[in-house]
Every structure is written in C-alpha cells, then in structure tokens.
Write a protein that binds this ligand. Sequence first.
Ligand code: NAD
Length: 360
Amino acid sequence: MKFNITCIPGDGIGPEIVSQAKLVLDKVASKFGHEFIYKDILMGGASIDVHGIPLTDEAISDAKSADAVLMGSIGGNTDTSPWYKLEPSKRPEAGLLKIRKELKLFANLRPALLYKELSDACVLKKDTSDRGFDLIIVRELTGGLYFGKRETVTENGIRIATDTLTYNENEIKRVAIKAFEAASKRRKKVTSVDKANVLDSSRLWRAVVNEVAKDYPDIELEHMLVDNCAMQLVKDPAQFDIILTENMFGDILSDEASMITGSIGMLPSASLNETKFGLYEPSHGSAPDIAGMDIANPIATILSAAMMLRFSFDLNDEADAIERSVVKTLAEGYRTSDIYTDGCRKLKCSEMGQKIVENI
Ligand code: NAD
C-alpha cells in the first residue's frame, strides 16, 4: 500500500530523531511491500527563521493533504532563544497549537509503559516498579484553558491576568468516546479525572462522561479528582488502564506518567481527529541541551511511527514488528545515554536507529 506522510522535523533534536524514524519506516516498507512518501514541512523555530511565523498556510495545507503527520519536536531554550522574545502568537508553540486546531486533533493518546528491561530506571519504589504498569492517558487537546479567552489588564496600577476554562458537552463527548473505544481494546477500565468538587467545567465533564459510559456497559468507569490522580500515579500506577482527562490536567499528568517510566525518551503519542487521520510525535520536547550531538533517544519517535501505522494506516503487523524490534534491542542490552545503566552498551541516536532497523 502507498501512504503520504507529512514530516515535521522541527527544532532541537527533532531532525535527528525523525530521520531515524524514517529509516525504520523504510525498512518496514521494504519488508512488508509498502511505499511511504515523505514531505517535510517547517514548523516552530525552524519556520520562524525562514518565514517569520511558526506555521505557514502552505505548511498547514501540506499537512491536511497527507494520510498522517509524523513530527519530531518544536521549540528552543525558553530562556535564551530569540524565538521567545517574540509576542506569544509568533513563538514556536503557537505553531503546534495552530496545527492541532487546524487538523481538528481533539484527542491525544499518550501511553506510559514500563518496559521490563528498563524497570531499574523507574523512579518508583521497587515493589511498585516490579508490578509494572501499562496505561494510556487520553487528553482533550483543543479546548479548556489553553484555548479559552485570556487577557492581562492593569486596574488602578495592579496587573490582573485572566484565563478562562470552557468546555461544551460535544467536546467532552467525542473525547470520552475515544477513551472508551481505546479501553474496549485493552483492559476495559476508564478513570475519568476532573476537579468536580470545585469547577463547573469538571461537573459538566463528569455528567457527560457518565452519559457516554451508558453505551459501553462492559467498561468499568471510575471518577477521580486530579490531585488524587497525581498521587495515585506514583503510588500505584498499575491500577490504571485508560485515564481520560481535560487539556491542562492531561498535560501535567501525562508528563508525570512519562517520568515514572524512567525515560521521557521512550514515550510516543498520537493526536487524533474524528477520522483515521492523526499527528504522531514523541512525548518529549526538543531537548535543546543535547541538540546536534547525536545522543538523543529516537525510540519515542520510532514508537510514534508504529502508532501511526496502527491507528491511521491499519497496519497492525507492521506496528507490532517495530514494537517487537524495540523490545529486542533493549533486551540485547543496547541503550542511549538517557536510559543507560551499568553493564549495557551505550549507543548514539543514529546507532540506536540502525539497531532497531536491523532487528525488524
Ligand atoms: P524536553 O522534553 O525537551 O527536555 C527535558 C529533558 O529531557 C532534557 O534534559 C532533555 O535533554 C531530555 N530529553 C528529552 N527528550 C530526550 C530524548 N529523546 N533523548 C534523551 N534525552 C531527552 O523539555 P524542555 O527542556 O522543558 O523543553 C525544551 C523545548 O521543547 C521547549 O521549547 C519546549 O517548549 C519544547 N517542547 C515541545 C514539545 C512539542 O513539540 N510537542 C513538547 C514539550 C516541550
């Protein structure tokens, strides 16, 4: 089969890790008889440097015309990069918010899986890490605080900043359906996370999730307050299958979930719309501190490519082949420096990509 993939190498380590993911996809294409056609577009700082804005209309239309988008990461050092002297709407992250909105990517799926081979890297107590965990955070991506009305005014010499958190029931319903659908293919449990003891938006969230749950009688649903969820993630992450939550809570909890696995460099993500289309990217940022050194871990991006094959192209055997290759490579003792432990063999970013290609 033939698929068009728009690639966003982005900034920092982005170009290094995306090129490794493309090599892995090329190996899958030759082994399974497919053709992947790539078109690179600029976004974030790379686009600001060329076009003065973080995302052009042409880049958006290239992304829309593809079968899926594979991204590295965007952004620079927020203290020192000149990109962060621009007004907020022209900074790198504005490109990411815009593409999510333009592509109508309302559901973000972030798996957090503790690999047996990496359990030593897990920051949790040994009895907790020994139990392992395998959860997915389903985060609403185009509503809530990050997209609400905001303003900063000065009244009587006092600066006042306001952000607003709004959800309508349709926005909650469609992401809840994605979460229940994902749970139905896994361990059949959804934990919906909110702050319903304080926020009106959370009370609506809870009511709509309860309504959606009626269509999924075989899925267990529980509600949890976000502060409790933050604690439970470090105390007993094995209790979770699917965590469903709104935009900002999901932003924070998914970073927490990545950290407890031991390496943010291992975790992929998928952002989906109503159709099969999705944008796939690692959960980490552009790591400007190690950019250009060929030491980044490319596995999160390679696993994002596997998610793309599974969710957008329905190529499950091919996705399995990539995921098996990653596990095999880890089991053989190969590590990038972020996940290195004594006795393992340290590889550069490009060497890790090559090993995973060989093991497919
Ligand atoms: P970061 O994830 O880039 O880096 C945090 C730490 O993890 C750094 O020490 C980095 O070296 C390390 N790290 C991250 N990915 C790694 C990998 N693949 N291999 C090895 N080590 C890795 O987070 P940050 O430093 O807070 O942000 C840097 C920039 O990335 C900022 O501009 C931020 O806005 C941007 N960012 C972009 C996205 C995105 O594009 N979706 C997401 C998060 C952050």
